[in-house]
Design a protein around this ligand. Structure first.
Ligand code: ADP
Length: 390
């Protein structure tokens, strides 16, 4: 892995970073932290969580445990997040006592509830799918097809339901009764895009090459970098991201997911106030990884170069397909034989269907990158034929 400035530690304003969350996103910050001379302390429930072994210290507690975050604050100069399932009101008490959060709690505030996030986007005049708050009442909220989402704590498609007919409507209504929900128009998108961007405290912005993401059952399967889009779409997506991050006064890396319709219109699907799965390609394929970039922004170092270091890249997620305790070493060794492949393994102790266990990034040469869509399908098939067969 390359780092843009090896002796950066001397200029970092903050050298001890507390991270709320200890999953793979925090773990992947580990290498970058070491190279920048920054110490990570994580708050995460379990000693076997991926980031615990790479961090200098850990506070073993739930993500929304405020006493634990107070302890994290005592051991860090600044606190950041790899997980947004936090208790914002509790954190505000700590902020009033002088704890520094980056991104700030006011940046997180409009993003944590999907309905509130949609209202925020609308308020900024940014394009989103049509949406309504919904209380699970008997009446159809809008005509089929539509999408129902839980307003908080949804991830990897858990909590997102595409509703095509009366039967699925009734079953989802029964399942979600009593929860605060968001209903939105189903968007018959042509493609899904994602933008990983960083903003620093002084307003400097760095935007990575825009990627195409492909989901299966609402979970990201693969990412193609760069997305094959027109210059107009690229400029519009970047303008949306600039408006958004400036308005939020964001500090750190944010992931913004977009729908691209067949008539080249962009709609914002979701904003994640943290590093993002669609940015994992940056570790091997860019001059500065999203994890290094996030630490740079949070610790007030100059932002790094976002350029690709190869003609392109394809990232394929390795999702659990069984309940097991295995390190799948043999499969990982086979995956590493794929030309141009970098295998990342999160070291989770337990595998469950759908759980993100690792990912593979394959760098593309110029010839493969010219037909990235076709190359991506072939690469995904190669990776998955190794990963998903017993
Ligand atoms: P999560 O927060 O769990 O990732 P998302 O809201 O991003 O959930 O939805 C997951 C996936 O579901 C999206 O990437 C997309 O493929 C599909 N999806 C979500 N909302 C819509 C929509 N309004 N129209 C069509 N597909 C959607």
């Amino acid at each position: 892995m390359k780092f843009t400035e090896t002796a950066a530690s001397s200029s970092a304003k903050f050298k001890r970073v507390g991270v709320v969350g200890g999953g793979q996103l925090a773990a992947m910050m580990g290498d970058a932290a070491r190279a920048l001379g920054i110490e990570l302390v994580v708050q995460t429930p379990d000693a076997t969580d991926p980031a615990v072994s790479v961090a200098a210290g850990a506070v073993l507690a739930a993500i929304d445990d405020i006493n634990a975050t107070a302890e994290l604050a005592a051991r860090s100069d600044v606190i950041t997040f790899e997980n947004e399932f936090v208790d914002l009101d509790g954190l505000r008490t700590l902020e009033r006592q002088g704890v520094l959060f980056q991104p700030s709690l006011s940046s997180l505030d409009p993003l944590l509830d999907k309905y509130v996030q949609r209202c925020y986007l609308k308020g900024l005049g940014l394009p989103t799918p049509g949406f309504w708050a919904w209380d699970c009442s008997a009446d159809l909220p809008i005509d089929f097809p539509f999408v129902v989402k839980v307003r908080r704590h949804g991830y990897d498609g858990q909590g997102t339901f595409i509703v095509n007919d009366r039967e699925s409507f009734e079953s989802i209504r029964a399942k979600l009764k009593g929860q605060s929900l968001l209903v939105e128009k189903f968007v018959p998108f042509d493609r899904e895009l994602a933008v990983i961007a960083a903003r620093s405290a002084n307003g400097e912005m760095a935007i990575y090459p825009i990627v195409e993401t492909q989901q299966e059952n609402q979970v990201c399967r693969l990412v193609i970098a760069p997305a094959q889009i027109s210059l107009d779409v690229k400029s519009e997506a970047e303008a949306i991201v600039r408006t958004l991050l400036n308005s939020l006064e964001a500090v750190g890396v944010f992931g913004i997911e977009l729908f691209l319709t067949s008539d080249n219109k962009l709609l914002v699907n979701e904003i994640a106030p943290r590093t993002h799965n669609s940015g994992h390609f940056t570790i091997d394929a860019c001059e500065t990884s999203q994890f290094e970039q996030h630490l740079r922004a949070v610790c007030q170092l100059p932002l790094g170069n976002c350029d690709l270091n190869s003609a392109g890249a394809v990232m394929v997620n390795l999702l659990g397909y069984e309940s097991a305790e295995s390190d799948y070493l043999e499969k990982r060794q086979q995956l590493a034989q794929i030309s141009g492949a970098f295998v990342h393994w999160y070291g989770k102790k337990v595998s469950r269907p759908g759980r993100k266990l690792g990912h593979v990034t394959v760098l593309l040469d110029r010839e493969l990158a010219q037909n990235a869509g076709k190359s991506a399908s072939a690469i995904a098939q190669t990776v998955e034929s190794i990963w998903y067969t017993s």
